[in-house]
Design a protein around this ligand. Sequence first.
Ligand code: S3P
Length: 435
Amino acid sequence: MKTDGKRGRLILRPGGVLRGEVAVPGDKSISHRAVMLASMARGASEIRNWLAAGDTEATLGAMRALGADITRHDANALTIDGGNLREATAPLNLMNAGTGIRLLAGIMAGQSFPSVLDGSEQLRRRPMKRITTPLQQMGAEIESDNGGCPLRIRPAALKGITYEMPVASAQVKSAILLSGLYGDSPTTVIQPGPARDHTERMLRSLGARVSEDGNAITVYPHDELAPLDLTVPGDFSSAAFLLVAGLIAPGSDLTIKGVNLNPTRTGLLDVLEEMGADIELSNLTEQAGEPIGDIRVKTSQLEGVDIGGETVVRMIDEFPILMVAALRAEGETLVRDARELRVKETDRIAVMAGELRKLGANIEERDDGFRIVGPQALTGAQVDGHDDHRIAMSLTVAGMISAEGAVVTDAACAGDSFPGFAETLGDLGALLVAD
Ligand code: S3P
């Protein structure tokens, strides 16, 4: 099941200025969950502004293979008739989607039929013990190859447990909560930090009972979820690339509309504000049970910052782009407690540091983070996206502010979470050519 491969080349010229208004695609985390929960719920669910991207399409394909009746009105509008999941005829291929495979494993553990969950070579290298251990404690019959996927799951009776998570991970928390719906008694997960809470919010809105006591979250067994009717908000993690680009590309002033501002996701906003960023939020309202708003950003002189503790999980996907911001900031930026970055789509500390060095950056890698002293000028070079969407997008932004421009190879993987990223950046004023 190999889906890896080098695709897409972007040529960046220096000097682009970002101006205007833009909307980012729908939230990836919510889009994965929406397709899974709608497939579980009995009846017709309506989903609008769904993210049609590499990772979420993989989840959609898996749910279809499991019997969900999915009608696409266009790329982003779906009706899903769920409630009749059945055995798939072949292993499910979640491609590069860590969220897809881990959450689906939690759901499959509670079904009355077996399943095999697999993915790309990249996904096969990612740790799965973090979900198989708690699921097995619940009684799940789940086997993994050397701690990774493929995962082979057989039907089993599940019992409620209390589980203290060793790492702050929304994927692990969600896998346990979803399988907890099928338990014989309540299941409690204790999280070390405030990992994104979309699963809890969505389960509640579909009629499941989920209670919270500090960092302990309890889900009660529930057999029939109500269908969803939801417009997915814009993805803050996609907005983050435009946000940082706007802050560091001289003369920029841009507004990103309709972005999810769930506080378990917006650690980067707090950090950028501490760095001195000129950011303004407006049109604050609620959509799909999530706070949303518009973000206006203007070029700003940034200062270095210290990041550690609970902020890390609230911005876990934003460290590659934070590295680019830190290179432009005056003084020291120090990141601690972020060892999880080493088990994302790639080892994001090593890969970002390695690629940015090609552009002349000086970055000190630490076991659980990094140290950057700025401001640093970037030169020109060819850099590579490593089949990791967030690496490819961060390097594209770095290329924009390099003195001689840059070439980003393997840039098309940006489409795993942000289809149209290069076009969006180009429309706003970045000087780039796709090749
Ligand atoms: C996600 C959780 C995070 C994040 C990923 C999406 C989710 O992973 O990095 O991009 O949708 O639950 P971890 O749970 O491994 O931290």
